[in-house]
Design a binder for this molecule. Structure first.
Ligand code: ADP
Length: 692
């Protein structure tokens, strides 16, 4: 080693700093740096050792067997280099041959002398530089100082490059996070599959410095991997034509092996797959599987015009991004299906008068038809992507909003059963709640998995109003009719009793007809009033102990004239049954109905009433010898407005309400009603009431 001149020293230091400035990464720094140090010091050989934890690791070597790079010198082994570390002073060994040397490569090289200098940067030890010479080294302290300066300068270069690498690693991580963020943001605002797909592919391709990118999905029907549209940087035709066998090229490899792979230079097979779709000028490719749980949906791949565009470290990032994307693709397949279906069904859906709303698995709205827009006042775009329950405020009959976890939607998603809600409420855009009739049914994919819910609804406010109006009308009308009917009856009685002067037989006969007609009218009005009261739950039952035989006796009196007219024996068999527990007014209504029916529907013969005690109840029989009721008609007899239609019944007036009302009233009094009848022979109606 020769002495270095002063100006040469400055030049050497400058050159070393230049090397540091030019290096791209640490790996590219050590070797040129060592070359420079050795040439400045005019040494024959040398090496750089970096301090890593408790080891000195060789980073560069010159003039020695390159295998020495594999050597690591642990602190426990000690030696000349470790002495330099420990003392933080240069170590000079002039008679290397006489010193025990750990490294067989150094020993084999047969150098005479060695200088090991610690590389220090701000009292921090970076590593050690060792130089070897065939000659005996004669170093002045000034020379050693220069060597130390050079070593420190080299250390500085290493440290600054390390800092730069850490910085760029951080930046890369930030980029990864950013890319991840973009992907997950796309998920959260997802409702347009095409747009989402495009933004995902574009952001992934860009974060990997690629020029083009595409998703290739596996088609289960023909076992081919096919590019999905839209792709990034590719034409629609290229996308349409990119079809690959499931084991072909890099695409097939990533799909079959389900691992990310890259080709720094395209192999023939991969190049073929691209050229078939007229995708030219691709020099490197990176591909990763789209995996959801154990299923691989396809592959996402990024193409570059540059050779070796992708780094091994990209594989990891790409894999993470691909798995994120796979989640989107998977959930989006539903959107795609719906989008396809939508085309077919759009016309149908918009023609339907009912609102149709599709909801995805997370409760977000993904479709609203025209009728739905009209009913709710929302435009479809305003609701897409929004939570169903929150946006249209699905509430129960008490107008309390459903809990997300316990909503009809989560029920349908869980068991797939169709659900109908009658008296629930939805909220219009204006904030007004309206009563709705809703049906929720599950949307299934090709594998019959539930992928969403379809809600069909209509605004029932007008129906409910109509129903209300109907009820009101009946109740007003009947009330208003009741009083004139009563007045007519009063005046007729007055005239018939002779209070207003003598009544001729002819007039009497005519007036009796009027009395009958008036009674029928009164009955009809009473029946209608009763029906509307029962339906509105307005009938109050006040049970008390009632002397049933006495009540029957009184009722029969009203029908005796009619019975006598028709030559019918109307009787009550006397028996001691005690009292029953009932509301006398309501019970009178029941008896009126049964006795009047028996007389009405009997031409001749008898109507017999019978009472019996049966345990804790009293049984009442009303048996007639009338026209009877066929088995078929018996079943429907107690329905509202039901009347038997036969030639015999045609001329008999009635409303079809009496038996319905009787049954309701008896049930309210803890009783029951039924009948036995033979067509043409007669009927027996039975009812029970609790004994008092
Ligand atoms: P209506 O006002 O028509 O009598 P109800 O509800 O009292 O209405 O009776 C329903 C139908 O049952 C009647 O129209 C009639 O056809 C039949 N019905 C009721 N009671 C008898 C009976 N005792 N004999 C034959 N048919 C009867």
């Amino acid at each position: 080693m020769e002495k270095v001149q002063e100006d040469g020293k400055l030049k050497a230091l400058f050159e070393i700093s230049q090397i540091a400035a030019r290096a791209n990464d640490l790996d590219g720094l050590w070797q040129p740096l060592l070359g420079k140090v050795l040439s400045v010091l005019k040494a024959d050989a040398g090496s750089f050792l970096e301090l890593k934890d408790d080891c000195l690791v060789r980073k560069a070597v010159q003039g020695l067997d390159p295998n020495i790079l594999e050597e690591k010198i642990p602190r426990s082994e000690g030696g000349i280099s470790w002495n330099a570390v420990r003392t933080a002073e240069p170590q000079v060994v002039s008679h290397l041959g006489e010193t025990k040397i750990a490294s067989p490569y150094v020993a084999a090289a047969g150098f005479k002398s060695l200088v090991s200098v610690p590389m220090m940067v701000r009292r921090e030890l970076v590593g050690v530089v060792s130089v070897f010479s065939q000659d005996l080294l004669q170093f002045s302290s000034e020379d050693l100082n220069f060597f130390t300066t050079i070593a420190n300068q080299a250390g500085l270069a290493v440290i600054s490059l390390k800092a730069a690498e850490i910085l760029s690693e951080n930046r890369r991580r930030m980029g990864e996070l950013e890319a991840l963020n973009q992907v997950s943001q796309s998920i959260s605002t997802l409702f347009d599959f095409q747009e989402t797909l495009h933004s995902i592919i574009a952001s992934i391709a860009k974060s990997l410095r690629g020029d083009r990118g595409m998703m290739v999905l596996f088609d289960r029907r023909d076992h081919l991997l096919k590019a999905a549209s839209p792709a990034f940087g590719l034409t629609a035709t290229q996308v349409r034509d990119f079809r690959v066998r499931s084991d072909e090229g890099i695409t097939g490899q990533a799909f079959c092996q389900a691992v990310p792979v890259m080709q720094g230079k395209l192999n023939r097979e991969t190049a073929d797959t691209l050229e078939r779709a007229k995708i030219f000028g691709v020099l490197s490719v990176i591909a990763a599987p789209l995996k959801v749980k154990s299923q691989t949906l396809g592959v996402i791949q990024v193409l570059s015009k540059r050779e070796n565009n992708f780094r091994p470290s990209d594989l990891r990032l790409f894999n993470i991004l691909a798995s994120q994307s796979a989640v989107v693709v998977n959930s989006s397949s539903m959107y795609r299906e719906i989008a396809e279906e939508r085309k077919k069904d759009a016309a149908l859906l918009s023609a339907i008068g009912e609102g149709v709303l599709a909801i995805d698995k997370s409760g977000k709205i993904i479709h609203l038809n025209e009728a739905g827009e009209n009913i709710t006042g929302y435009l479809a775009e305003e609701l897409l992507g929004k939570n169903f329950i929150d946006s249209v405020g699905l509430s129960n009959p008490q107008k309390i909003k459903f809990d997300q976890a316990d909503s009809p939607i989560s029920k349908v998603l869980a068991d797939g059963q169709t659900l109908t809600l009658r008296d629930c409420y939805l909220r219009k855009r204006s904030g007004v709640l309206f009563p709705a009739y809703l049906t929720f049914s599950a949307i299934l994919d090709a594998d019959d998995l539930i992928i969403g819910v379809m809600a069909v609804f209509r605004d029932t406010s007008s129906e409910t109003e109509l129903e209300e109006m109907k009820r009101e009308l009946i109740s007003i009308a009947t009330h208003e009719l009741r009083s004139p009917i009563t007045a007519i009856k009063g005046y007729l009685d007055m005239v018939l009793s002779g209070d207003t002067g003598p009544v001729s037989d002819e007039t009497r006969e005519a007036l009796l007809e009027v009395v009958n007609a008036n009674r029928r009218l009164a009955d009809l009005v009473d029946d209608l009033l009763n029906v509307s009261r029962i339906e509105q739950g307005k009938i109050m039952i006040r049970p008390q102990a009632v002397d049933l035989p006495a009540l029957i006796g009184e009722t029969i009196k009203d029908y005796l004239p009619e019975a006598e007219n028709k030559n019918i024996r109307l009787t009550l068999a006397q028996s001691d049954i005690g009292k029953v527990r009932a509301d006398p007014m309501r019970l009178r209504q029941v008896l009126n109905n049964l006795i009047s029916n028996a007389v009405k529907y009997t031409e001749s013969g008898s109507v017999e009433l019978n009472l019996r005690r049966r345990g804790a109840e009293v049984l009442c029989e009303v048996a007639d010898t009338g026209i009877g009721i066929s088995r078929e008609n018996q079943k429907k007899l107690f329905s509202k407005f039901y009347r038997v239609r036969t030639p015999e019944t045609l001329k008999i007036a009635g409303t079809g309400l009496g038996l319905w009302i009787s049954r309701k009233l008896l049930e309210m009094m803890a009783g029951k009603i039924w009948l036995e009848s033979q067509d043409g022979k007669g009927s027996t109606f039975y009812f029970t009431l609790p004994a008092a």
